[in-house]
Design a protein around this ligand. Structure first.
Ligand code: ACO
Length: 428
């Protein structure tokens, strides 16, 4: 049955079409509302607003479903590699062997960054947060690849820009860590797979060659896949809106990195570990922190809990919780913070405050525990998220460009003063 929505305004009925997605999600199309009725909608935080039509990622927050291009996140996390998933997100289909080999080789050939990047890096104080450094370095790629500034170039040239982004981000991410440690940077080794190459650039020193550990590489591969895309979240929407002004891919990704940095988004993984550490140091009193989270006069929130879209469970959190146990077991690590996390989760899931508000652990609740076990320092956690999210940002940017979307420009309801006559300074 064809559906439409009727609204009554100024005594007149007006009909709005309802459109349906491939998973039967329905949306009222208000594209003509302003031109026909001089009305806009108000939706702070875009909680009910679809900003686009997209065929990249489907998620159902009630049922806890997440799929990239139709493939279930559970299967991808179990069976595929990060680069395979990146290809899927960006080009729409899983690659065959030949396509994956070409894609992988192409990326391996572009991992090196221009030597002058080191001079930029040297300019950052050693206590700079690596997310700030990473965002700046990604933006600096526009200077080394000026052709990338024009998003209207041929698809081959755009593809070159995309390949360079995927190839260079691990190098830039590892180097932002090296800057923080005031250690010499390590150059990429193109014989290694994507994850091993990154971990080696993070941890090797001139005096010490990091030995690749398959447990660590496998865990990292899984984490990156789980973070690879999440439809129109804060950072993906930022990438799309920046790109909609025809800013370059690198500028758009740099903006996405800034949006991801905040503790209500990707920065939550750092905030979770800091919170768990604080609970541990104050004697492990989980109930005290649950009470703080429920107290509206206290700004404290249970970090890693709650999600704008998931209202039953976050399927990524389920996979990551199991992976955290597996990694700690395989590496023989006993991290007391994992026990605190599990106790916190148990208490929260049985508490009516969290139950009535549908607050469950999200992707960030257990990911930090794995990063710690891999030896990644806390302020690099969000950088790890950015590394994983890159193919999603690229896919969202590419889709936005290919669909020829108009510049993103929301309206507002003005609540300021009406016209006032300008008064001379001595009349005020
Ligand atoms: N701890 C305590 N209370 C919470 C939490 C939390 N973590 N999250 C939400 N609530 C409460 C709110 O206070 C609000 O209560 P009220 O209805 O009594 O006013 C209610 O639950 C709804 O919360 P909103 O903030 O309106 O939900 P929103 O969808 O806007 O926010 C968000 C979602 C930002 C993720 C929120 O749950 C939060 O701040 N969580 C902690 C930070 C976090 O883990 N972020 C990572 C998200 S996943 C990601 O971006 C990768």
């Amino acid at each position: 049955m064809e559906k439409e929505v009727e609204i009554k305004f100024n005594g007149k009925m007006y009909t709005l079409p309802v459109i349906k997605g491939t998973e039967d999600e329905m949306a009222v199309d208000i594209s003509k509302l302003r031109s026909d009725l001089n009305l806009i909608t108000l939706d702070r935080g875009y909680k009910n607003t679809g900003s686009t039509l997209s065929s990249i990622t489907f998620l159902d927050g009630e049922k806890g479903i997440l799929r990239y291009r139709g493939y279930a996140i559970e299967e991808l996390a179990e069976k595929s590699s990060f680069l395979e998933v990146a290809y899927l997100l960006i080009y729409g289909e899983l690659p065959n062997k030949n396509e994956l080999d070409n894609f992988t080789n192409n990326i391996s050939e572009h991992t090196l960054v221009h030597e002058d990047v080191k001079s930029i890096l040297d300019g950052f104080p050693s206590n700079s947060h690596p997310m700030g450094v990473l965002g700046s370095l990604v933006s600096s790629l526009t200077a080394f690849y000026p052709k990338s500034l024009d998003p209207n170039r041929s698809s081959d040239e755009i593809n070159g820009t995309i390949i360079r982004a995927i190839a260079k981000l691990p190098t830039l991410a590892a180097w932002s860590f090296k800057n923080r440690m005031r250690q010499p940077v390590v150059y990429p080794d193109n014989r290694l797979d994507y994850c091993s190459n990154f971990i080696r650039m993070m941890f090797s020193l001139p005096t010490f060659e990091y030995k690749i550990n398959p447990v660590i590489t496998k865990a990292l591969n899984k984490l990156l896949i789980l973070h690879a895309d999440h439809e129109q979240n804060c950072s993906a929407s930022t990438v799309r809106i920046v790109g909609s002004s025809h800013a370059s891919l690198y500028a758009s990704i740099s903006a996405g990195i800034a949006a991801l940095w905040g503790p209500l988004h990707g920065g939550a993984n750092q905030a979770v570990i800091e919170m768990l550490e604080e609970i541990k140091q104050s004697g492990g009193d989980v109930d005290k922190y649950i009470s703080k989270a429920k107290d509206k006069s206290d700004p404290f929130r249970l970090m890693g809990f709650g999600h704008r879209v998931y209202k039953s469970f976050d399927p990524r959190a389920k996979i990551i919780k199991k992976a955290a146990h597996d990694v700690l077991d395989q590496l023989g690590i006993n991290d007391p913070v994992l026990d605190i996390a599990m106790r916190l989760e148990k208490v929260a899931l049985n508490d009516s405050y969290f139950k009535t508000r549908n607050l469950y652990p999200n992707v960030d609740f257990y990911s930090g525990i794995i990063y710690r076990a891999l030896g990644v320092p806390t302020d690099m956690f969000t950088v790890m998220f950015a590394l994983g999210r890159l193919p999603g940002w690229i896919a969202q940017w590419k889709e936005m460009r290919e669909n020829n979307e108009p510049i993103g420009r929301p309206r507002q309801v003005y609540t300021g003063k009406n016209y006032r006559k300008y008064l001379d300074i001595n009349q005020r």
